[in-house]
Design a protein around this ligand. Structure first.
Ligand SMILES: [Zn+2]
Length: 91
């Protein structure tokens, strides 16, 4: 906007010259709830476990060795049991 010394006396209409700026940045991506489910036949399987704190509706995000609730911050750490199938064949 050009900066004029005197503000114009009377304006009947205020014209918004500026258009809405499109915000650049990340859009909030909503988790697709339907991707959490898997329908097999007449059964619905939940792919991810629910948060014990938030109850059903809040999914835990499953990581390598832990589950995390983004809602309340609940973390469930899973200790990896010793894998029995790990055999080393000596050569
Ligand atoms: Zn939770």
């Amino acid at each position: 906007m050009p900066d004029e010394g005197k503000p114009s006396a009377k304006r009947e209409k205020k014209v918004h010259k500026r258009e809405k700026k499109q915000r650049t940045g990340r859009k909030h991506e909503s988790k697709k709830a339907w991707e959490m489910y898997e329908v097999s036949g007449s059964e619905v399987k939940r792919k991810k476990p629910f948060c014990p704190r938030c109850g059903p509706g809040a999914f835990l995000s499953v990581h390598k060795n832990r589950k995390y609730c983004g809602k309340c911050g609940y973390t469930e750490i899973q200790k990896k049991p010793a894998e029995p199938g790990e055999e080393k064949a000596g050569s």
